[in-house]
Design a binder for this molecule. Structure first.
Ligand code: IPE
Ligand code: IPE
Ligand code: MG
Length: 253
């Protein structure tokens, strides 16, 4: 039985660190790139599941700024798979009203990827069913640095008063925050770390670590993550919400 999910209390923004492709492949004596290929099928399943449930924003960590340091054949295979994924999923994204965008230092991606990514982002820009953000050549620290640099440049040009600078200004300069802060952050593959993902946006995210390797993560695992989120109480530094009856008794005192 899949866990029960309350559709009225869905996390608005779910972010996923899709980890464990390499270990999955190695375990069965295959090449790491086979793991990435299997992982791209999981992406399709999870995007579909999130869309059907009614999640507003899904952000997937597909390639980190640090992943460029992997062996060249693995990077090449990942880029080829990314291109294939974008070509293959185009129709499904359009049919389901999914807006696709990318965050990260995407100017570093090979032209073969950019030439399918950029038109697809433009083609889906007005769709409102769900926003699917791919974090590509992405790092949380790098995003903060890039945002700070942009603000400093505006100060330098006299367009911005540094005294007016606050966290909202910095947030507005970070594209990953366009869909709001992360409500639920899932990491598969058993590691319990953030690995430089959405450092700013995940400040108050609920964390869910799944032991499943990404190619084995399925719709039921996704429901379980949401059900776990719904069992938590988010306090944002405040105190627990009193139940209504107690709150009104407290008011009357
Ligand atoms: C995640 O799987 C995919 C990317 C980082 C691109 P890994 O390739 O990190 O798989 P493991 O962690 O080595 O098993
Ligand atoms: C994080 O996974 C990056 C992606 C899932 C794209 P890594 O496998 O690169 O992270 P570490 O090296 O285990 O921290
Ligand atoms: Mg990994």
């Amino acid at each position: 039985m899949p866990p029960l999910v309350d559709l009225r209390r869905l996390p608005k923004h779910v972010a996923i660190i899709m980890d464990g492709n390499g270990r999955w492949a190695t375990q069965i004596g295959r090449d790491r790139s086979d793991g990435h290929r299997a992982g791209s099928d999981t992406v399709r399943t999870v995007v579909r599941t999130a869309r059907r449930l009614g999640v507003e924003a899904l952000t997937l960590f597909a390639f980190s700024e640090q992943n460029w340091q992997r062996p060249a054949p693995e990077v090449t295979a990942l880029m080829a798979l990314l291109r294939d994924f974008l070509v293959r999923e185009r129709e499904e994204l359009l049919e389901n009203g999914i807006k696709l965008r990318a965050v990260g230092r995407t100017d570093k991606l090979p032209p073969a990827v950019r030439e399918v990514l950029e038109p697809l982002a433009a083609e889906t820009a007005e769709l409102e069913g769900m926003t699917l953000t791919l974090a590509l050549s992405y790092g949380g620290r790098e995003e903060i640095v890039d945002a700070a640099r942009r603000l400093a440049e505006r100060v330098g040009r006299g367009e911005l008063d540094p005294a007016a600078g606050d966290e909202h200004g910095l947030e507005a300069a970070m594209p990953s925050l366009d869909v709001g802060p992360v409500d639920l952050l899932i990491r598969t593959g058993g590691e319990q770390r953030i690995s430089n993902f959405l450092l700013w946006g995940a400040a108050y995210a609920e964390l869910h670590f799944s032991p499943r390797l990404w190619p084995e993560f399925d719709a039921e695992c996704f429901y379980e993550a949401i059900a776990s989120y719904q069992r938590r109480e988010r306090r944002f530094g405040r105190v627990a919400q009193l139940p209504k009856s107690e709150a009104s008794a407290a008011d009357a005192e």
